[in-house]
Design a protein around this ligand. Structure first.
Ligand SMILES: C[S@@+](CC[C@H](N)C(=O)[O-])C[C@H]1O[C@@H](n2cnc3c(N)ncnc32)[C@H](O)[C@@H]1O
Length: 291
């Protein structure tokens, strides 16, 4: 951010326009949103107040914080990483270096599960394999007041982040998190199994945008040679851990629905639904045990 000639006299409106110009010049697609979020965080006021009162002066110490944020954003760091949190399913989730930044597309999985559940008050046991921030499991628990859940991740730091999120969201009494290799060592039955595994083929990682490649953890992205390694493990876990009337929902990468359906079928599972995200991409596969 350019240094104002009279820092004490810089208003919110001037700072916002300056930010917008910088972000647009850097071809940041979400320039307006990013400028608002970073300004709100740096000045410690909410976004509505920022817009409602553009003539309010911005304190010098807040400008200093904002300059640091802007430098990081212009170097390609996503806003959620700079601020350390991301909204998912209308809930705030803290991130750390070991967690994927939750994606809006993954809300398709939450919607698919909720459409499947008959009766929101049912007492359900939910397993989330590769829980990251815990966003899938905790979003579901926030909608299903009598459900309990278990979240597994190979990263101890991700497990710590998920447990912290459960605590802040008031869901810790119904959610437990532990380190594990997918479903190894777990005992079922679970009524619902959800998973958003790493599904990018290893060779494609280098071609991802810098925002993803440099800031999301490799364990959350790399799906092995064909991108499908994790599904093979999770399919076996699903067959073993799902109750007879249970259902599992797995997030898919673009173009993976046929291959993953084949993996499910080979593991003795039956495909019971394919759900598209808002962009029309088949994003979530529903499976159950073959009777
Ligand atoms: C694509 S991220 C999904 C995170 C979160 N569920 C979400 O939707 O935002 C995949 C997660 O699987 C975890 N993971 C990778 N390999 C694993 C393994 N062998 N066992 C358990 N978790 C694993 C990663 O650490 C990462 O948190």
């Amino acid at each position: 951010m350019s240094a104002p000639a009279h820092p004490g006299a810089t208003t919110r409106g001037v700072v916002y326009r300056d930010l917008l110009e910088q972000f647009r010049s850097a071809e940041i697609l979400s320039a307006e949103l990013d400028a608002r979020l970073l300004m709100a965080a740096a000045t410690q006021v909410d976004e509505v107040a920022l817009i409602a009162d553009p003539d309010q002066l911005v304190e010098v110490r807040h400008l200093d914080v904002l300059r640091g944020y802007v430098r990081r954003r212009l170097s390609g760091e996503p806003v959620s990483r700079i601020l350390g949190h991301r909204e998912f399913w209308g809930l705030p989730f803290s991130l750390n270096r070991a967690t994927l930044d939750p994606r809006a597309d993954s809300e398709t999985l939450v919607e698919a599960v909720l459409a499947h559940v008959t009766g929101r008050n049912a007492s359900l046991q939910i397993l989330d394999l590769g829980t990251g921030t815990g966003c899938l499991l905790l979003a579901l628990l926030s909608e299903l007041p009598n459900a309990h859940g278990r979240g597994i991740d190979c990263s101890a730091d991700a497990v710590e982040a998920a447990a912290g999120n459960a605590l802040r969201l008031g869901l810790a009494d119904r959610a437990t998190f532990s380190v594990g290799d997918w479903g190894d060592g777990l005992e079922g039955p679970f009524d619902l199994l959800v998973s958003n595994p790493p599904y990018i083929p290893s060779a494609d990682i280098a071609g991802l945008s810098k925002e993803v490649r440099a800031h999301d953890p490799m364990a959350a992205l790399d799906g092995g040679d064909d991108g499908l390694t994790a599904y093979r493990h999770i399919a076996r876990d699903t067959q073993r851990l799902l109750g007879p009337d249970g259902a599992a929902y797995w997030e898919l990468g673009i173009g993976q629905s046929e291959d993953v359906s084949g993996i499910a079928s080979d593991a003795g599972l039956e495909v019971c639904g394919l759900h598209a995200d808002l962009g029309g991409v088949p994003r979530v596969l529903g499976v159950k045990r073959r009777i």
